[in-house]
Design a protein around this ligand. Structure first.
Ligand SMILES: [Zn+2]
Length: 722
């Protein structure tokens, strides 16, 4: 599992959650509308892209006091006037930059295709994949013929052995999934992680909590299932859809709650193959594993296993917590054995069409968009085909695009500058650690070691994937989709038994995002995030520290968040904390949970009030709070004791905090906010701004925030962790 700076789109998450055993790590940032190339700083004039020092002050709402709502103070005029494009569920700085990268990638693909490269070259694969995806005329003409063999396979399932083999086969859905990653307790080895999966709605709560909104979504989802089963030729599609929905409700009951599922101790359950097979009781788990190419694996990590009495005690689980933990993987295997076979067949059929909708006729594709895009996301219009084609091609062959993207659009001087910034942040974190009063010396020694061992990766990987063995065929969008899934799975499991590939990246250079990997202890910053307003070679230092500096700090902060801090400097999941320090840390993080639980972006009376889940978002909130604190220290260190200039009436500290508000300026559609609150470990952006700055003394001084202001916290309630 990687900790991303920003979540992917709801749809992308669903595709990952809904697909057959596949990597959870290789996710994409949300792509965007409107082809506006990102401006780059003018090297000759040396002026920043935004404003005179790196910040655009034109959206400041003078009618709002910074202490009442810092986000609105800084961005009010934009928040009041900007209209989210019709093909988006949110829009902000990330999306704006992603839009620029999308245009650049589109050009790369079109240029590649124009050269008519041979099909057995990586360029040829790229061109053929994209062209086939764009050829909707051929997709329409083929109708459902390409999927018929797969639907027939499902229809022909007779035994649980057949079912196990189909769950394992490429392109089919399953109630569980898995991925290869570094073994969290033995970080020089790969292991296969087995995890829950298989829901069509975004989370178990959609099935189990009877809110008005959930009732409406269920209705829409059942209508979609009906639609799919009708297209597949079912005589009673509505009846079959209800069976699928009921089956998914059983799957949801077996699932774990999302916030509790973050607990890395509880989700690390090593089992021998024999133990895993025994967990499945009568279900032919052995056949499932063999078909997955895992028959010779001696050990697995199973993520959702009912905790033992000792684990309940050690992790402080309450009765209420235990009520949110279904039986997990064991329960799902049991369901695979006991649930009605016709329900499974209808489930596999409907999910197969949903999962491949974008390369099937419009009748299928539009129905899937109507539910996932419109109803669940609030997105009025489908994205243009070329944008979806760019996205799909990136998912299939992203590093082939990335190689060219870096050559064309990444400036080497940005890498040098960024390397220096990372080291400045490391020094700042060291200083913060030394000054911590709540942490004892023994734990600090381990923390210093961990900090020193962070591996930064900046810009792009040392070597790019060559996609050897992947066969792409002209004019076969669906077959290409399947070939890519097959290749990616084979590529992933080929790592088992091999030494750890330390050069591997889990994001493309053209992705506007960043991540931390706890069991590799590495912080990773793709080329595409190293642009204004995150990073501008010509901006005032306060701005770069408040933006990309805080992003670097955020990723470092994940190494010390409530879950990341469970790994040591070598990435090993091992308790390196004294009990007293664990207690002191928990007191601080619990307080942060309490603060975030109070933020409720949707308040429509008692029946429809939705608040941030402070537990689900804790890791990200610690990352933000620690990150901005570290960045502030680094900024101060960079000044060497000198007073920074006041520029256009704005002080250095004001510029620093404005830079943070600038990168998180965003608008969300209400539907998207609802999904985010239910599923996303990141808090909505207004709280990433307001919820963090109110804990920092320097912000109070910079903007003269006083008691009585809405965001004011008395000094003793301000939380400082790192
Ligand atoms: Zn994060």
């Amino acid at each position: 599992m990687k900790h991303l700076l920003m979540a992917t789109s709801a749809m992308a998450l669903l595709v990952v959650a809904g697909c057959q055993p596949s990597t959870e790590t290789d996710v994409q940032a949300d792509a965007t509308p409107e082809a506006t190339p990102t401006q780059t700083a003018d090297a000759s004039s040396g002026s920043p892209e935004f404003g005179t020092f790196g910040i655009d002050l034109s959206y400041i709402d003078e009618a709002t006091a910074p202490g009442d709502d810092f986000n609105r103070y800084f961005s009010g005029k934009w928040l009041d006037t900007f209209e989210i494009p019709a093909d988006k569920t949110r829009f902000g700085v990330f999306d704006k930059l992603a839009e620029g990268a999308e245009t650049q990638v589109h050009e790369i693909i079109e240029d590649t295709a124009a050269a008519e490269p041979a099909l057995d070259t990586v360029e040829g694969k790229l061109a053929a994949y994209y062209n086939a995806y764009m050829d909707t005329e051929t997709i329409e003409a083929k109708g459902l013929a390409p999927v018929q063999p797969y639907l027939e396979r499902i229809a022909g399932i007779e035994t649980r052995e057949d079912l196990a083999k189909t769950f394992a086969a490429t392109g089919f859905s399953a109630p569980f999934g898995g991925f290869v990653d570094v073994d969290s307790k033995k970080t020089d080895e790969y292991i296969f992680y087995v995890s829950q999966g298989g829901l069509g709605l975004p989370d178990r709560d959609y099935y189990l909590k009877d809110t008005q909104n959930n009732l409406e979504l269920r209705e829409g989802y059942i209508a979609l299932l009906t639609n799919m089963l009708e297209a597949a030729g079912y005589d009673d599609p509505a009846g079959a859809a209800q069976m699928v929905y009921d089956l998914e409700t059983d799957i949801a009951e077996a699932h774990w709650d999302r916030a509790l599922g973050r607990n890395r101790n509880l989700t690390y359950n090593k089992m021998t193959k024999a133990e895993l097979v025994a967990t499945g009781e009568d279900f032919p788990t052995e056949i499932l594993l063999t078909e997955l190419g895992l028959g010779d694996q001696e050990e697995f990590v199973v993520r959702q296993v009912t905790p033992t009495a000792e684990e309940i005690e050690d992790n402080g689980l309450t009765e209420e917590d235990l009520g949110k933990l279904g039986p997990g993987v064991a329960g799902l295997l049991k369901l695979a054995q006991t649930a009605d076979m016709d329900a499974w067949k209808a489930y596999l059929t409907a999910h197969f069409l949903i999962d491949h909708a974008d390369v099937l006729p419009a009748e299928i594709d539009d129905a899937v968009f109507d539910f996932y895009g419109k109803q669940l996301g609030g997105q009025p219009e489908q994205r243009a085909r070329w944008k979806r084609g760019v996205d799909s091609t990136e998912n299939a062959l992203g590093e082939a695009v990335g190689k060219v993207y870096v050559e064309k659009h990444f400036k080497p001087e940005a890498k040098a500058e960024m390397t220096e910034l990372v080291e400045n942040l490391r020094k700042a974190m060291r200083q913060n650690l030394e000054g911590l009063e709540w942490m004892g010396e023994d734990t600090k020694v381990e923390a210093y070691d961990k900090l020193a061992k962070f591996t930064p990766k900046i810009g792009y990987p040392e070597k790019f994937e060559t996609y050897d063995g992947l066969t792409i065929v002209e004019g076969e969008a669906f077959a290409n989709d399947m070939a890519v899934a097959e290749w990616q799975y084979a590529d992933m499991i080929s790592q088992l038994g091999q030494p750890i590939d330390k050069t591997e990246w889990f994001m493309f250079p053209q992705t506007v995002n960043a991540y931390y990997s706890p069991n590799r202890n590495e912080i990773v910053f793709p080329a595409a995030i190293l642009q204004p307003p995150f990073f501008d070679l010509y901006a005032d230092p306060a701005v770069n520290y408040g933006a990309i500096g805080a992003v670097i700090g955020h990723e470092m902060g994940h190494g010390f968040d409530d879950q990341g801090a469970k790994s040591d400097g070598d990435g090993v999941l091992r308790n390196w904390w004294t009990d007293a320090d664990t207690e002191a840390f928990k007191a601080r993080t619990d307080a942060l949970v309490g603060q975030y639980n109070e933020f409720c972006p949707i308040e429509n009376g008692e029946d429809d009030t939705l608040c941030v889940n402070g537990r689900l978002t804790l890791g990200e909130n610690i990352g933000d709070l620690g990150g901005l604190s570290m960045a502030y220290t680094a900024y101060k260190l960079s000044l060497n004791g000198e007073e920074p200039p006041v520029i256009d009436g704005v002080t250095g500290d004001q510029r620093f905090f404005m830079a943070w508000a600038q990168v998180w300026r965003a608008l969300y559609r209400e539907e998207r906010t609802r999904t985010q609150l239910a599923t996303d470990p990141h808090s909505p952006p207004q709280y990433r701004i307001n919820g963090i700055v109110r804990n920092m003394d320097a912000w109070y001084e910079a903007f003269d925030v006083k008691e009585g202001d809405a965001l004011y916290l008395p000094p003793e309630e301000r939380i400082s962790i790192w």
